[in-house]
Ligand binder design. Structure first.
Ligand code: NAP
Length: 330
């Protein structure tokens, strides 16, 4: 089938670069079918990705002409500005930002859970964030099989989750501290090097951060609106890879062996071979790695798990590219 061009908007960013590499290595499209866009700061910049060289262009109205598929790896305001134009041009659109995720008219896709919602006559899709995606990937099959009443997640989020400028700040602040130099932060509100920050995103009036709110609402939208979900999001000085301490409260008492057996057969889930995984060990993997699965002897309906995933892949580039693969298969 002949398809028009595939436009990647935000192609210079962490998620955008991973999407381009994955589209090429998975042979969803050839380099000549891809056009890379970013802000006017990046106009003319050359990117080498998966063995091909691209020249980045500024995003304008013309970027969306003849586009069959547009993948937005941009922050919400940029997605909000340009997605209507892409849709008016008849393109399929996948958005990595939070702009449309909770819109009832837009399917929120976590590919291991609900990729079947991708349909020919639906043009706009959002994928979930890089916490909701791994948590739902693990919880949804367990909920379907055994029934979960409550999910409690404490997240240990890498700096890559806040974009490439945040990773640079983590590196530079680390160097400055080791070399006894002053450092002026521009991304994080508190010291990130050798520290943890129990706030990801702006605070809301109800005491949650917006990140925690998004995790809760996105899990409910995809897994089950009736679920009760709580989350505490913490930023840690890790470059890439999110970790999650997850407590699942089941409707009835459950055996750890039954949870392990169910997870062994769940898509995009891997049981950690050596008790647990750490973030640096899962970089480059598309799966959610599960370890330390254990009972709470005081609460027979509870099971605790330790999850690790590459946040630039699961809940980001991998999810976008799996949705793209389904769209390109129409
Ligand atoms: N990082 C993660 O773990 C993760 C996971 C899931 C979802 N997301 C979401 O994915 C999106 C991208 O995140 P990221 O971490 O890749 O961010 P990032 O590294 O900061 O990259 C942002 C991209 O947006 C581009 N951009 C900025 N202003 C623009 C404009 N006016 N017009 C067109 N492009 C513009 C930037 O281009 P310039 O280089 O020219 O500034 C850059 O390519 C965000 O919505 C984020 O919330 C991120």
């Amino acid at each position: 089938m002949h398809i028009g061009k595939i436009a990647i908007i935000g192609a210079t960013g962490n998620v955008g670069r991973s999407i381009v590499e994955m589209v090429l290595t998975r042979k969803l499209a050839t380099a000549s079918q891809l056009k890379l866009y970013a802000s006017d700061r990046s106009e003319g910049q050359t990117l080498q990705l998966a063995g091909s060289e691209f020249t980045v262009e500024t995003t304008t109205e013309a970027s969306f002409q003849d586009a069959h598929l547009c993948i937005f790896a941009t922050e919400s305001p940029v997605s909000k500005t340009w997605i209507p134009t892409a849709l008016q041009n008849g393109a399929y659109v996948i958005d990595s930002s939070s702009e449309y995720r909770l819109n009832p008219d837009v399917p929120l896709i976590i590919p291991p859970v609900n990729l079947s919602l991708v349909r020919k006559n639906q043009k706009l899709y959002a994928h979930a964030n890089c916490l909701a995606s791994p948590i739902a990937t693990v919880s949804a099959p367990l909920h379907r099989k055994f029934g979960i009443s409550h999910i409690e997640a404490v997240t240990y989020q890498s700096t890559a989750g806040a974009g490439k400028a945040a990773m640079d700040e983590c590196r530079e602040e680390t160097h400055a501290i080791l070399e006894h130099r002053p450092y002026v932060r521009t991304v994080f509100s508190r010291q990130i090097a050798f520290n943890v920050i129990p706030q990801v995103g702006e605070m809301r009036a109800d005491g949650l951060t917006f990140e925690e709110y998004k995790i809760i609402q996105e899990i409910k939208k995809v897994v089950d609106p009736q679920l009760s979900v709580t989350a505490t999001a913490v930023r840690v000085p890790v470059l890439i890879g999110h970790s999650i301490a997850l407590r699942l409260e089941f409707v009835k008492p459950i055996l750890v062996a039954d949870v392990l057996a169910a997870l062994q057969n769940s898509p995009s889930v891997k049981l950690s071979p050596d008790l647990y995984s750490t973030p640096v060990e899962v970089v480059g993997s598309d799966d959610v790695w599960v370890g330390r699965v254990r009972h709470d002897s005081s609460r027979p309906r509870d099971v605790h798990l330790w999850l690790c995933s590459d946040n630039l892949r699961r809940g980001a580039a991998t999810d976008a590219v799996e949705i793209a693969d389904a769209i390109l298969g129409f």
